[in-house]
Design a protein around this ligand. Structure first.
Ligand SMILES: NC(=O)c1ccc[n+]([C@@H]2O[C@H](COP(=O)([O-])OP(=O)(O)OC[C@H]3O[C@@H](n4cnc5c(N)ncnc54)[C@H](OP(=O)(O)O)[C@@H]3O)[C@@H](O)[C@H]2O)c1
Length: 317
């Protein structure tokens, strides 16, 4: 049974990835906050080790102790507006932290590393958070093939109900005042479930030879913020209102930017349309069109209701 280390393992995604992987691997989680680590250990049944990815000696110690064959690198600072105000922390965690994980993975002979990225890393990049994740993607993809360690990334849209995302924030606002404030009623966003987010990592691991040195994305549906809010209010009462925008926001997101088209091929994995993005290798048969949340297939009313009606159990509160 091989050992999987999940950095950021106490987070929304990390905990669920641990549960999905623990049957077929020995899974160890790593993150900083002891209280969250303890709760994650309780939730997953997997050991959690304190580790700050921004501190290379800590990464070296943990990799030396755990000896992972596979690393899923989910640790990140992910709040767009916070990263605009405090870019150094975001760069320390997302860029230096990713660099540390990559260096030590190579040093310790880890077989495979998968980094979790975001649609905010796709061109045209609009904010510091997106830039840091774009750097992680480039770094990991460029390192693949240099040593025995294989690297790949997966690129996500918004994972519904994840820590600090719009759905839990709206729920809190609605419960306390009956009014939901939104910074962008006309913005569009890709949404997918945490199960699909976990599945994308599993697909990358299962098809590592096809996706190594590349970023794996998948077809995803989008929604206009106003349409989600209208349904929320229609089914639960109250009202929504526009509030001031936050730094770094963009109106629409891109899972696949136009500049990436010549370097991207389409692949079907498990019956789902995926995109395999290479940065420097032109594709013989590139995909024809980018994937923007403005033009993607929209979530139906039933799908939106399903997403907003299924908050995960708040097991870490
Ligand atoms: N959720 C989404 O919608 C979404 C969309 C696209 C991409 N992603 C990416 O998916 C990954 C997981 O996101 P999530 O929603 O699970 O976020 P989350 O719930 O905020 O979890 C982040 C995890 O990273 C850990 N972490 C942060 N800084 C760290 C550091 N310096 N060293 C070690 N661990 C650190 C956190 O724990 P401590 O703070 O205690 O260390 C936590 O375990 C991130 O890389 C994120 O950028 C998420």
């Amino acid at each position: 049974m091989s050992t999987v280390l999940i950095t950021g393992g106490s987070g929304f995604l990390g905990r669920r990835l641990a549960v999905a992987l623990r049957g077929r691997h020995r899974v160890v989680l790593a993150a900083r906050n002891h209280k969250l680590n303890h709760a994650a250990e309780h939730f997953t049944g997997c050991p959690v080790i304190p580790m700050d990815v921004a501190h290379i000696e800590a990464v070296r110690d943990v990799f030396g102790e755990i000896r992972p064959e596979i690393v899923v690198h989910a640790a990140a600072t992910k709040f767009v507006d916070l990263a605009e105000r405090q870019p150094l922390e975001c760069i320390d965690v997302n860029v230096v932290g990713s660099e540390n994980v990559a260096r030590v993975a190579i040093e310790k002979g880890v077989a495979a590393v998968v980094g979790i990225s975001t649609d905010k890393a796709a061109p045209p990049v609009r904010n510091t958070y997106g830039l840091t994740k774009a750097l992680m993607e480039r770094m990991f993809c460029a390192l693949d093939g240099k040593t025995a360690t294989r690297f790949a990334c997966v690129r996500y849209g918004n994972v519904a109900w994840s820590t600090g995302s719009v759905l839990p924030i709206w729920k809190r606002m609605h419960e306390s005042t009956g009014v939901i404030g939104t910074t962008g009623p006309d913005m569009t966003r890709f949404f997918f479930t945490v199960d699909s987010a976990v599945a994308l990592v599993l697909t990358a691991l299962d098809h590592m030879e096809d996706v190594r040195g590349r970023v794996l994305g998948r077809e995803m549906k989008s929604a206009r913020i106003r349409d989600i809010l209208d349904l929320w209010i229609k089914t639960r009462g109250g009202r929504w209102e526009p509030i001031a925008g936050r730094p770094g926001e963009r109106t629409d997101e891109y899972l696949l930017g136009d500049a990436e088209l010549p370097f991207t091929v389409e692949r079907r994995f498990d019956g789902i349309r995926h995109f395999v993005i290479s940065f420097n290798q032109r594709a013989a048969e590139p995909v024809a069109a980018g994937l923007s949340s403005a033009t993607a297939v929209r979530l139906s009313e039933a799908e939106i209701l399903d997403i907003i009606g299924s908050p995960p159990v708040e097991e870490l509160k």
